[in-house]
Every structure is written in structure tokens, then in C-alpha cells.
Design a protein around this ligand. Structure first.
Ligand SMILES: Cc1cc2nc3c(=O)[nH]c(=O)nc-3n(C[C@H](O)[C@H](O)[C@H](O)COP(=O)(O)OP(=O)(O)OC[C@H]3O[C@@H](n4cnc5c(N)ncnc54)[C@H](O)[C@@H]3O)c2cc1C
Length: 757
């Protein structure tokens, strides 16, 4: 990844949405980056869905991964900042994009490619009972759940036909109707599909030949078609047409009623057409703003308002947009015009290995038509798959996106909790202090080597306090602030105490302008306060300084009751089950991100794990009789466990196959990737007794992977372990019972085994 260091005069280009045009802008800029430009990509998800293959997915022809455009590594190829958030509004005058749940982002130039939503969602009952095809990501997940319930005969009763109603008979609706009919039969269930269209005929605007072929194919499958009628309201299991008392009975209701504008433009007071699509000139610039572009479904060309809302137009706009953005960034005024093509090849997948096509009023069908569609779709997707499913750069991406990770980048140290002094170095440094301070009001201090300090105020209040600081692990300061706050509060939770107050310690990069530093600090503190607020922690102050890079730290305090037993690090007992409450792998995953090798879905999972506070896990630990706990961070699971065992003079058997792993982490570790701090953590291995096959186990390296905002590790009586685990899993933790403690033997403290079960 070519993370460019900020200079004093960078132009901010913000791309909102990861649609078909923007991925081409990323591709073009990867080959030739615009100079002095900081690019930020704002996406509601770091993966975009390619709609052209969605009906094939519904029919069971493609796996979900095959429809995913992985925008995170595409953006990393050009060193772009990626913000995962939903854009809610654009303040064109103030040049700011307002985001849901976090502060706005400033721009000099912006481009919007956010697609469309589905029309008619306000029809009574639709939101509650129908399955809209947009947002596509949500649709794909929901339809999968529907199929899973059909597989287990949960819908409609196993012998009854499954009743499917598809509302809207444009290309999308017709394809989805065929696809569902095929898939449900493949699942061994009888099916009755009805397709409802408010217009006089199906496939409005397409050739008569194509329509005839589609009607014939529908008749062959027994798909009923109702035209010229509109669904007026929907109730559970029934959709009502006008003057229709009985309604259409359904088990599954698909809402595919055509494109409608996203609420963002109306919320922004920008000129839109009657369906809420923002109006753009032929240069793809908004009517009144030269510095804002909009493309794809979300925009309507003022000179060609009838241009259909189809992906092919968004695709064709991509190169024009890339070229025009390049020109405006260079100060140019003379831009290219985009002229929509009059006709395009339309291919309808009938779900059974065949397809119907039309172009220039000609129509055709057959298996070869599906093969043609499949080839075109796969070729497009291949272009935007910079990584294979193990996180390796694909040959295709290397040829279009350059040589992949910058070799100098691979030497850069990892951030997050991986950026710390090794355990042994820390211990040696402290041991060199001849006289550690002694104070009778200190319950946990340097001598106890716990994660926190605990001392009593002169008034008798037990104060539990901790300080944490790390180097930014990603380039979104808001996110760094949020994760930093969750991570810092975790130390206090790990002792069974509620954190109450926090102070921030922030070091801002010396490079860049004062305004950039101010914005970084603002975003960071906004993230931290949002996280602390959720936890009931009040941020009361802090200190800033400047240095070579962004560092964020927090001092957090809570209060223990006078007779409260803290979950001290040294209080594990022999014969306890060891429970880990979060999956491991953040170290290698963010190492991969630094190298442009982190896939979007893995990023999403890692983020949601890091942002999960350890509050609930700590209360479950206490309820089930935990005596000791720690939060697993930079020293990795093995390092933190070794410290606990040493402090309690115990040993433990750890079952490496039980370690929970974040998605993608094992693939990356298997490919030899490691956090830069892994080697230091792996020194713990020297004191371990390891079953001979264990080092070859794919999860073995997870023992040493440094974690940022990791889970709790605690010990509970064995008889309570399953109940504690059940509660953790029910509350959404990726928890696991990873081992058992025992009396310390003469040899090593940690024995690593592989479960035979
Ligand atoms: C079932 C179905 C099948 C279709 N099949 C075809 C076909 O075969 N051929 C064809 O040409 N067209 C097809 N279409 C139409 C096609 O989906 C759209 O025309 C096309 O996706 C538009 O592309 P786009 O780049 O404008 O936006 P999209 O592809 O929708 O991309 C928009 C992106 O922006 C993100 N986003 C959305 N809102 C926000 C926000 N507020 N903030 C941040 N990010 C946001 C989304 O997550 C998404 O990644 C089909 C549509 C459907 C529903």
C-alpha cells in the first residue's frame, strides 16, 4: 500500500459509495495517481455487490464471494483512506459529507456513486413483510436465510408448495422470479411463483421478441403473470391489489419495483428529478457545483433524463469520471462529455443454465447466451478482485494495479497494541530500578505486574486505574479513537470494575498542516467520546504533543467497592477452565491491511470485534465464579496467559484447536504473514511444552498474534465453564474454552495440545 505522507498542500478528493464507476476510478488512479491528492473513499460496507450476478446467486449458480467487489484493497492500492460509514447528507456550500453516527468529512472535490433504492417502499406493509432487492448486500444475506429455512422445511410446510410473489417485472424482477423458481425446486420443494407488474406488460422498454421469449419461459415453468395491477398494501402472508379482497398469498414476497433515488440528495437540498435522482450535466458534474460529481443509478443526466437505471451505464461512466476528476484536480476546466449509448446488450438469466438476450431489437436465447453472460460478468468481476480468497494479490490485479505492496511498506512496524516493548524488555527495565516505590495504600502497583493499578485514596476510596497507548493501526482517526477507547476501558473491565473517567494522551503527526492536525485530533476525540459515552465513561481531559506519527492513549479510572474481590492477574486457581471471549487474529489482519492484502469482509469482522467492549464478558465472568482475568492485547494470548500463570505459580494445558480465529487470519498466517511484533511474542514459545504436531496446526501462530482491543481471558471452575460459554455465545461473543489450569510442575508453565475430539 502506498500510504502517502500528508504534505502541506493536498487536495481532498472524497469518493462516496463503491459503485461500478468508482471502482474504475480507483483502478485508473492505481495506474497513475493524481499528484498531491488525498483520496478518501466513504462506503457503507467495504465490499460492494455486483448486481448482474445476483439472480445467478439466487438461482444457486454463484457463491456470495463471487458477487463481491472488494473495495477495501482496491482503495489501498492507491493509498486511499477508507471510511466505513453511511453518507447521510452533503453540504455542498460548506464542502462536507455528513455521515451517520460520526463527524462529517471535508472535501475539495467529491464524487457520489451510491446507487439507488427500490421504489414503493412506503406502500403499507412492504417494509415489514417484503424482501426488497436493495440494498443488495442485505438482500443477499436475507435470501440466504430464507433458503436455509426452506431447506429445513420451515416455510410453508414441507409438502405445501412454497408461494413466491415477485412485485415488479423489469429485468431484475423477471430474473429473480426465474431464479427463485429454479432454486426452490432444486431444494426439493414444490413452488408457485406469481409475477406482478403495474404496467401493461412485463419488461417495459425492451424488445417484443425478448418479451415473447420471457413469457414463453414463464409459461413453461408455470409462473403466473399479472399485469396492469398494482399492489396497494401488504399484510403478513398476503399482498393486496386494488379492489382485491382475498389478496395474493405468499410465503416469500420479493419487492423489485424499479430504482428510486437515495434520500441523501433530498436531505442535501440538491436539485433532483421527480424520483429523487440528483441532476447532473453531461460532464457528470452537479448542475450547480463544478466540484461535485455524481454517477451511476443515483444521477440523472439533465440532457438524457430517460437513460435507464442499469449497471451498464454506471460502468461506461467510470472512465469519463476518472478522466474528468483527473482534470479538475489538475486545475483544468475543459471536461469530457458522457454520451449514453442508445442500446445495450441485455441478458436475462433464467436460472436453469440458459438465458434470453436482446440487442438492436433482435432477441435470442439458449445455453450459449447464459455462457456469454457468465463470461462477461466474470470478466468484469475479475478486474476488481485485487486479492484471491487467501488474501494474495491476483495476477490480474498485479498487471493493472501495479506490483502490489510497496516493499518499504512491509518494513513499517504494525500499529495498535502490537506497537509496544516486548514483555521481557519491559520486565528487565523494571527490574533495573533498584527501589520500587512503596506505599501502603497501593494494592496493585509495579510490584504486582497486573494490567491495572489499584490504590486507596486518603478518604478510603479504592481507585482502579490503567493507562494504554498505541500507534494508529489504520488511517481513519475516528476509528482509531473509538477502538483506543474501547481497548483502554477493557483493562478496568478485566478487573471486574466499571470504568468511570478517562483522560486522553495524543501525539499528532508533525507532517501536514495545522488544519490537518486539528482535524485529526477532532476526528480522533469524536471517536473516543462516542465509545466512552456508550460505556458511561466521562472523558475529562488529556494532553497532546506532536511526533512522527499518530499515537493515541487513554488513562482510565474506575472505583472498586471496599470489599470487592478484583479479578487479579495472580488469582487463577488450579483446575479452572480457561475461557477466551474474542476471536484472535487482529495483528496479522492489520498487518495485511498495511500491505493492501486485507479483504473487505475480514476488515468488517475484525472491526466489529475490536469495537465490542468487554463489559458484558466481564460480568459473565464474574457471575460464573471467575477469580482472575486479563484482556488479551499486544503480548498475544500466550504472553498474557504466561504472565497470569507465573503470577499464580500455576501451569495450563491449552488446546490449540479450540482457539477462536477471526475470518481471514488463518489464511494470512498460513501464507506466512505475521505482525511485526509476532516474532517478539513468539519468544514465549521457549518456555512452553508443545505436543509434536501442534506447531503444524494452522491455529498455532495465533498464540503469538498481538491483539488490539482483544477479548478477556479468565478462569472459572470447570463445572461453570459450559454455562459461561453459552452465555457468551448467546450475547454474540466468539468465545471458546481454550484450556485448563493445573498445579505448576517442574518444567514449563504452558503445555500446548491438540484436541483429539
Ligand atoms: C436483482 C437485480 C439485478 C440487476 N441486474 C442487472 C444487470 O444484469 N445488468 C445491469 O446493467 N443492471 C442490473 N441491475 C441494475 C443495477 O443493479 C444498477 O443499475 C447498478 O447497480 C447501479 O450501479 P451504481 O454504480 O450506480 O450503484 P451500485 O452498484 O448500487 O453501488 C452503490 C454503492 O454505494 C454504496 N452506498 C450506497 N449508499 C451509500 C451511502 N449512503 N453511503 C456510502 N455508501 C453507500 C453501496 O453499498 C454500493 O456499494 C440489476 C438490479 C437488481 C436489483
Amino acid at each position: 500500500m502506498n500510504m502517502r505522507a500528508p504534505t502541506d498542500k493536498q487536495t481532498d478528493l472524497v469518493l462516496v459509495g463503491g459503485g461500478h464507476s468508482h471502482v474504475q476510478v480507483l483502478e485508473s488512479f492505481a495506474m497513475e495517481p493524481p499528484p498531491d491528492t488525498r483520496i478518501t473513499l466513504i462506503v457503507d460496507r467495504p465490499v460492494a455487490m455486483y448486481s448482474g450476478m445476483v439472480p445467478g446467486f439466487v438461482a444457486g449458480q454463484y457463491r456470495q464471494e463471487e458477487l463481491e467487489i472488494d473495495v477495501l484493497p482496491l482503495a489501498r492500492c492507491i493509498g486511499a483512506r477508507v471510511i466505513v460509514a453511511r453518507a447521510a447528507r452533503l453540504d455542498a456550500a460548506a464542502k462536507r459529507v455528513h455521515l451517520v453516527g460520526r463527524p462529517p468529512v471535508a472535501f475539495d472535490f467529491a464524487s457520489i456513486n451510491i446507487g439507488s433504492t427500490v421504489a414503493g417502499l412506503s406502500t403499507p406493509g412492504v417494509r415489514e413483510h417484503a424482501l426488497p432487492t436493495r440494498p443488495i448486500g442485505k438482500f443477499v444475506t436475507r435470501i440466504d436465510t430464507v433458503f436455509a429455512s426452506l431447506g429445513s422445511s420451515g416455510t410453508g410446510g414441507a409438502t405445501e408448495p412454497v408461494r413466491v410473489a415477485v412485485v415488479g417485472a423489469g429485468v431484475g424482477g423477471v430474473e429473480v422470479a426465474f431464479a427463485l423458481d429454479h432454486r426452490i425446486r432444486e431444494l426439493g420443494r414444490a413452488v408457485e411463483v406469481i409475477l406482478v407488474e403495474s404496467g401493461p406488460e412485463i419488461l417495459p422498454g425492451y424488445s417484443a421478441g425478448m418479451r415473447r421469449r420471457a413469457l414463453r419461459a414463464a409459461e413453461k415453468r408455470g409462473i403466473r403473470i399479472v399485469t396492469g395491477r398494482r399492489i396497494q398494501r401488504v399484510e403478513s402472508g398476503r399482498a393486496f391489489l386494488e379492489q382485491d379482497e382475498d389478496g395474493i398469498r405468499f410465503d416469500i414476497l420479493l419487492w423489485v419495483t424499479g430504482a428510486f433515488g437515495q434520500p441523501l440528495f433530498r436531505a442535501s437540498n440538491l436539485p433532483t428529478d421527480e424520483r429523487g435522482f440528483v441532476k447532473v450535466r453531461s460532464t457528470l458534474q452537479l448542475e450547480d457545483y463544478d466540484n461535485i460529481f455524481a454517477v451511476g443509478d443515483c444521477a440523472t443526466l439533465t440532457r438524457h433524463p430517460q437513460t435507464p437505471k442499469a449497471g451498464v451505464y454506471a460502468v461506461r461512466q467510470g472512465p469519463v469520471l476518472a478522466s474528468n476528476l483527473r482534470r479538475v484536480l489538475a486545475g483544468g476546466l475543459l471536461l469530457d462529455d458522457y454520451k449514453p449509448q442508445h442500446d445495450f446488450l441485455t441478458l436475462i438469466n433464467t436460472g436453469d443454465g440458459s438465458a434470453i438476450g436482446t440487442k438492436w431489437l433482435l432477441s435470442f436465447e439458449g445455453r450459449w447466451v447464459f455462457q456469454l453472460k457468465d463470461r462477461i460478468d466474470r470478466k468484469f468481476m475479475h478486474r476488481f478482485q485485487p486479492l484471491d480468497d487467501t488474501g494474495h494479490p491476483t495476477a490480474f490485479s498485479s498487471s493493472t494495479m501495479g506490483d502490489g505492496p510497496d516493499e518499504t511498506e512491509t518494513e513499517t512496524l504494525c500499529g495498535g497494541c502490537a506497537a509496544k516493548l516486548g514483555q521481557q524488555g519491559l520486565a528487565r527495565a523494571l527490574a533495573r530500578i533498584e527501589e520500587l516505590p512503596e506505599n501502603s495504600s497501593v494494592e496493585l502497583g509495579l510490584a504486582q505486574a497486573d494490567d491495572v493499578a489499584c490504590y486507596t485514596s486518603p478518604q478510603g476510596q479504592r481507585i482502579v486505574s490503567s493507562a494504554d497507548q498505541f500507534r494508529a493501526f489504520t488511517d481513519d482517526p475516528y476509528l482509531v479513537g473509538r477502538v483506543g477507547a474501547v481497548n483502554a476501558a477493557s483493562d478496568i473491565y478485566a478487573k471486574g470494575v466499571t470504568p468511570r473517567f478517562a483522560q486522553a494522551l495524543v501525539a499528532l503527526p508533525e507532517s501536514g498542516s495545522d488544519a490537518e492536525r486539528e482535524e485529526t485530533l477532532f476526528q480522533l476525540m469524536a471517536g473516543a467520546t462516542a465509545a466512552f459515552e456508550e460505556l458511561g465513561v466521562t472523558l475529562v481531559g488529556g494532553h497532546t504533543t506532536t511526533t512522527t506519527e499518530l499515537l493515541v492513549g487513554f488513562h482510565v479510572e474506575g472505583f472498586a467497592d471496599p470489599d470487592q474481590e478484583l479479578l487479579r492477574l495472580d488469582a487463577l486457581c488450579a483446575g479452572q477452565s480457561l475461557i477466551l471471549t474474542k476471536a484472535l487474529g487482529t495483528g496479522v489482519l492489520f498487518r495485511a491491511d498495511m500491505m493492501g492484502r486485507l479483504r473487505g469482509p475480514w476488515f468488517e469482522e475484525a472491526l466489529s470485534s475490536m469495537l465490542r467492549p468487554n463489559r458484558k464478558a466481564a460480568s459473565i465472568a464474574r457471575e460464573h465464579g471467575a477469580s482472575a482475568a486479563t484482556d488479551v492485547t499486544g503480548f498475544g494470548l500466550a504472553g498474557h496467559l504466561a504472565t497470569m500463570l507465573r503470577a499464580a505459580d500455576l501451569a495450563a494445558m491449552v488446546n490449540v484447536s479450540a482457539l477462536p480465529a477471526l475470518p481471514g487470519s488463518l489464511k494470512l498466517l498460513g501464507a506466512g504473514l505475521r505482525s511485526t511484533f509476532h516474532k517478539e511474542n513468539a519468544k514465549t514459545e521457549r518456555g512452553m511444552e508443545i505436543e509434536s504436531a501442534a506447531p503444524r496446526h494452522p491455529k498455532f501462530p495465533l498464540l503469538f498474534d498481538p491483539q488490539t482491543s482483544g477479548g478477556l481471558l479468565f478462569g472459572v471452575p470447570q463445572e461453570n465453564a459450559e454455562a459461561a460459554l453459552d452465555e457468551l455465545l448467546e450475547s454474540g461473543h466468539s468465545a471458546s474454552i481454550i484450556g485448563i489450569t493445573s498445579e505448576a510442575g517442574p518444567d514449563s508453565r504452558i503445555r500446548i495440545s491438540i484436541s483429539r475430539s
